[in-house]
Design a protein around this ligand. Structure first.
Ligand code: GLA
Length: 403
């Protein structure tokens, strides 16, 4: 659906569901990460771009203290209602959880309201909000981060919250997810959703939040996302475990390198010289974090020099490392990546996002895209009885008001 059609539908459905006219319509995108996976909670670099798919919301302030949430994607737009004084929102400064409320999608926006209050922006009255998402659920393209960043944007715009910068939408979104939802993610997804720029990828130092935009003009090539349609569920998966393993590695390495603040501070050479103090599994996890960070720094250079082949090789190395050392891939994704590697005109292919399912990201020459889709669809169907989905993407704008 085109954006114009979505906005018309959303405003009409808002009126139907809430019986009043929306005050504004807003959007926050999903993201795809080109390289730099599982480095964002290790003080390393990431290299994502915002997508043009994401989450939309129509919203309006109320005069009482009630918030009404609804989503066109969930339970046919059924309303979930909560008062700003409800203890599960924890706006009185009490411990918010995780898991205070029911296990429900509204925990994401509720968590954002909590995070805003925590950072000094109390919401003065209730509001009605209707969401509509265009990111396939469970695809690993950050539908939850877009929901969080979007909710922050709506709060800022509805209540004129001065001093809330675009980057604060990302920071509060991550805080909501870490503390309120209980998923220990890094900053990458929320940052890309809030700070994305059309036609550009974002090279972000997650240690300092310094970033630069890198033009993504791949002459004669496209970025193609392949959805394995194997749903990933990060809270239930090994994500939090991986994060703990990286923390264990850091704690041990601190005993060897005085003042070490994060794995992202280590070069591969330095790491190789001290890795033998780590147990086998922990060493593999840390090796991925250190080498992936080095690859990401190298990838920025490669892109700047139009060395897309080298960029593609770095993506391939990233996949091997995520498969063998970090162990966050799965047979379906490995199959899609293996197949892609064999197709002429594919410069690089890897798993993207948190892992355990979700999507691959590939750089494919224009003339090879049709073969790429056909070959993968046929082989994947035969092997797993599943049909992959493809999105040839453009890098989109970060969160913004539409009208
Ligand atoms: C998920 C998390 C991110 C990041 C990636 C892996 O998407 O939300 O913070 O850690 O996994 O790179």
């Amino acid at each position: 659906m085109e954006e114009k059609t979505i906005v018309e539908k959303l405003t009409a459905d808002f009126e139907r569901i809430f019986g009043t006219e929306a005050e504004g319509v807003f959007f926050a995108p999903g993201r795809v990460n080109l390289i730099g996976e599982h480095t964002d909670y290790n003080g390393g670099h990431v290299f994502p771009c915002a997508l043009t798919i994401g989450t939309y919301a129509a919203a309006k302030k109320r005069s009482d203290r009630i918030i009404r949430f609804a989503s066109l994607n969930i339970r046919g737009g059924q309303i979930t209602e909560i008062s700003l004084d409800d203890p599960t929102l924890a706006l009185d400064g009490s411990d918010p959880g995780p898991g205070r409320g029911a296990d429900d999608w509204t925990n994401y926006p509720k968590g954002v309201i909590w995070a805003f209050a925590k950072s000094g922006h109390k919401i003065p009255c209730g509001f009605d909000i209707l969401y509509y998402g265009t990111i396939p659920a469970g695809s690993g393209l950050s539908s939850s981060a877009s929901l969080e960043v979007l909710t922050g944007l709506v709060l800022r715009e509805l209540f004129n919250l001065d001093g809330v910068r675009q980057v604060d939408l990302a920071i509060n979104g991550q805080k909501a997810e870490n503390v309120y939802v209980g998923m220990n993610c890094g900053i990458m997804d929320q940052f890309a959703s809030a700070m994305g720029k059309a036609g550009h990828a974002i090279f972000l130092d997650t240690n300092t939040l310094e970033y630069k935009y890198a033009p993504l003009d791949l002459k004669g090539m496209k970025i193609v996302i392949t959805n394995s349609c194997v749903k990933h569920k990060l809270v239930d998966s090994g994500y939090n475990t991986r994060r703990e393993e990286c923390e264990t590695a850091l704690d041990t390495l601190k005993g060897v390198v005085g003042g070490l603040g994060s794995l992202g501070e280590l070069t591969p050479e330095k790491f190789d010289g001290i890795a033998d103090v780590l147990s086998e599994t922990i060493a593999k996890r840390a090796k991925h974090a250190v080498y992936e960070n080095a690859r990401t720094i190298d990838a920025l250079k490669a892109l700047g020099q139009d060395a897309v082949e080298h960029f593609g090789n770095l993506m391939n190395e990233s996949h091997t490392s995520l498969r063998d050392d970090f162990e966050v891939s799965c047979p379906e994704i490995d199959f899609l990546v293996d197949m892609a590697w064999k197709i002429p005109g594919v410069l690089g292919s890897r798993i993207t996002g948190g892992g355990f399912g979700g999507c691959t990201v590939s750089i494919v020459k224009d003339e090879a895209i049709a073969t790429f889709k056909e070959t993968l669809t046929k082989a994947y169907k035969e092997k797993f009885s599943l049909t992959p989905e493809f999105y040839v993407i453009d890098a989109g704008e970060g969160a913004h008001r539409i009208c």
